[in-house]
Design a protein around this ligand. Sequence first.
Ligand code: GLN
Length: 230
Amino acid sequence: GEEKKNEKVYKVGVDTTYPPFEFKEGNEYKGIDIDLINAVAKDQNFKIKLTPMDFGGIIPAMQANQLDVAIAGMSITEDRKKVVDFSTPYFDAGLTVVVTKDNKTTKSVADLKGKTVAVKKGTTGAKYAQDNASELKIKVVQFNDSPAMFQEVSNGNADALIEDYPVISYAIAQKDLGLKTVGDRLNGDQYGIAVLKGENQDLLKKINDGLANLKKDGKYDEIIKTYLGE
Ligand code: GLN
């Protein structure tokens, strides 16, 4: 009927490829973020359309009003809070250093002096590397997506990379990338769902209510278990 025609469909930005949070299997999007936003939308009775893009493009696309929402393993940061409003945190992550499996000299971030470190554009990993580049004496090289960044270290073009711990651990468990994590986690990033700052407060409330309901009724745990096991 008339109502359906005018029903708002929220455009949701997701990272192009970021398993276990978002990835494509055939033509289908899968992952923790995909299942979560679909479940929140169902619980709160709103419609969404997924829009995959390079992570670095997501916040600019929100500011250009091309996206209403972002769920992309996106860490809640003070910098981003200047331009977006975040939901309550839905996942604990944090950054880690990654090197090739046969690397015996790099045991922590302090051993990266003089090394080339690969990062992904616009991420907290990129910011960490850039902020600490002169102190750590590292050269930072940037990539658009995580697989390209992993490849750079696997093939020896870069000495190390910085990535979210749950993402690189999942990638390493899925296939032999010849990589390993080293040292302590560099921070305690938490993921949040973002909407453009000051706008969409109703939508943000629905997202928070939906997340709370999914945590209460076990659906959140079920989604996590689907991708990460017990
Ligand atoms: N959690 C990191 C960030 O927010 C990386 C996200 C991503 O690569 N999709 O910057």
